[in-house]
Design a protein around this ligand. Structure first.
Ligand code: FUB
Length: 371
C-alpha cells in the first residue's frame, strides 16, 4: 500500500484538484533545516462532475477502511481498519496510515442501524506490536471468534497476528507472538467446509518484495517488468486457528493463455487486499492492483489456485487505496469497499457497501462507485 496526494473534492459535482504530486518533510541536521522532497504516487483522477456516490458511508463518526465483512449467526459484521488523523507525512510506504486499534461494526439488516462496538483490540495490548494496525479479517469456529491483523513489529517489519474472543465484536485477546511463518500484511480468511485458509501479502509498504529470498531483505526490489509478478500467499490454518498447518504457498495468478501475470502489468498484477469467495463451486480471488487503483478478480477451481484473471470488480474510488470484501447476506451478494470522499484525505477513509452481481456465465459485473 502506499499513499499520496491530498485533493479537494467538495461533495458532488465538484471539481477534483490534485494539489501536489510530492510531499515535503523537514529534516534537522546539524542545526541546518533541509527540506527533503518525498515522491508520492498520484491518486486516480476521478471525474465527479454530475455524479453521485452509489452508496453512503456506513458510519461517519469515525473513519474506517478495508472492510472485511462476514455473516455470523445471521448478523452482518464488518472488520475494518480504523483510520486516524496523524501528522506523519505521506510517503510511498504508507507511513501516514498510522492506525492504533480496531473497531467492529455490525448490522441486522442492510440499510438498518450500524452499531460501532468500540475498541475491540488496541495496539498497546499486542505484546509484539510496534505500529500501524492495517487491514484485518475475522473467522468463527466452534463458538469462538478470531481476529487476524497485520501490524509492524518493534523492528518495523510486518507480520500477522491473531487474537481471540467469545464474542464476534470482542474485546479480543492477542497472542504473545505473531503467527509463525507469516509476513507482509492484509490477511483474509476463507472458510471452506471445515477448512480455514489464510491469504496474505501486499507489495510496496506491505513489504512482500522484501521476502523473495525467504528472509526479510530490506534492500530487495520488485521483479523486472517482464518477469512474473510477486505472488500472494495462502496457508491452511490449524484447528487451533492460531497457527499454520503448512508453510505458506505462493498463489499463481495467470493470464487466460496460462502464463503468469507479469510485474509490469500494473492493471492486472497483485498489489494487496487478497479476498476469496466461493460461488457455484468456483473460487474467486479478488485483489487490489494498487497504483492502478482497481479491484480485479481471477477464478480458480480450489482455494490454492491457480487463478485465471477475469476482469475488474470495482473501478478506482476517491483516494489512493482500493480495498474490498465480498459476502452474501440474506440471499444477496455485496461488495464492501471504502473511499475518501467524506474527508478529502487519502488516509481518512469511509466504508460502504453495494450489491454485487454474478452474471450467468460466472463473471462479475463491474461496479462504478460514482454515477
Ligand atoms: O489501511 C492500510 C492499508 O491500506 C491496507 O492494509 C491496504 O490494503 C490499504 O487499503
Amino acid at each position: 500500500m502506499i499513499t499520496n496526494l491530498k485533493y479537494s473534492s467538495s461533495l458532488l459535482g465538484a471539481a477534483f484538484f490534485l494539489i501536489a504530486s510530492c510531499n515535503t518533510k523537514n529534516k534537522n541536521t546539524n542545526n541546518v533545516v533541509a527540506t527533503e522532497v518525498v515522491e508520492v504516487d498520484p491518486e486516480p483522477e476521478i471525474d465527479l462532475n454530475n455524479k453521485k456516490p452509489i452508496s453512503s458511508p456506513l458510519v461517519s463518526h469515525i473513519y474506517t477502511a478495508d472492510p472485511s465483512a462476514h455473516v455470523f449467526n445471521d448478523k452482518l459484521y464488518i472488520y475494518p481498519s480504523h483510520d486516524i488523523v496523524t501528522d506523519v507525512p505521506m510517503d510511498n510506504e504508507g507511513n501516514h496510515f498510522a492506525m492504533k486499534d480496531y473497531h467492529i461494526l455490525s448490522m441486522d439488516e442492510v440499510g438498518g442501524k450500524v452499531t460501532d462496538h468500540g475498541v475491540a483490540l488496541d495496539v498497546k495490548d499486542v505484546p509484539w506490536a510496534g505500529r500501524q494496525m492495517w487491514a484485518p479479517d475475522a473467522a468463527q469456529k466452534d463458538g469462538k471468534y478470531y481476529l487476524y491483523f497485520p501490524v509492524k513489529d518493534k523492528k518495523d517489519i510486518f507480520a500477522i497476528g491473531v487474537a481471540s474472543s467469545d464474542s464476534p465484536v470482542g474485546p479480543f485477546k492477542a497472542e504473545e507472538k505473531p503467527i509463525a511463518g507469516t509476513f507482509s500484511m492484509d490477511p483474509s480468511v476463507l472458510q471452506d467446509e471445515e477448512n480455514y485458509y489464510l491469504y496474505f501479502g501486499g507489495i510496496w509498504g506491505g513489504q512482500l518484495q522484501n521476502w523473495q529470498s525467504g528472509k526479510y531483505d530490506p534492500n530487495a526490489v520488485e521483479p523486472k517488468d517482464n518477469e512474473p509478478a510477486l505472488k500472494p500467499l495462502i496457508a491452511k490454518l490449524n484447528s487451533d486457528m492460531k497457527s499454520l498447518a503448512d508453510a505458506p504457498k505462493k498463489i499463481d495468478l495467470l493470464y487466460k493463455d496460462g502464463t503468469p501475470i507479469l510485474a509490469g502489468d500494473h492493471e492486472k498484477r497483485f498489489f494487496e487486499a487478497a479476498w476469496v469467495h466461493k460461488y457455484n463451486d468456483k473460487y474467486y480471488f479478488s485483489y487490489s492492483t494498487g497504483d492502478t487503483h482497481l479491484i480485479a478478480y481471477a477464478i480458480g477451481d480450489n482455494p490454492y489456485g491457480p487463478f485465471t484473471y477475469e476482469g475488474v470488480i470495482l473501478n478506482p474510488v476517491v483516494g489512493w487505496t482500493n480495498h474490498h470484501s465480498i459476502t452474501k447476506f440474506k440471499g444477496q451478494w455485496y461488495l464492501f469497499y471504502h473511499d475518501s470522499l467524506l474527508s478529502g484525505e487519502t488516509h481518512l477513509r469511509t466504508v460502504k457497501m453495494t450489491p454485487l452481481t454474478h452474471n450467468a456465465d460466472g463473471t462479475i459485473q463491474t461496479i462504478n462507485a460514482y454515477k
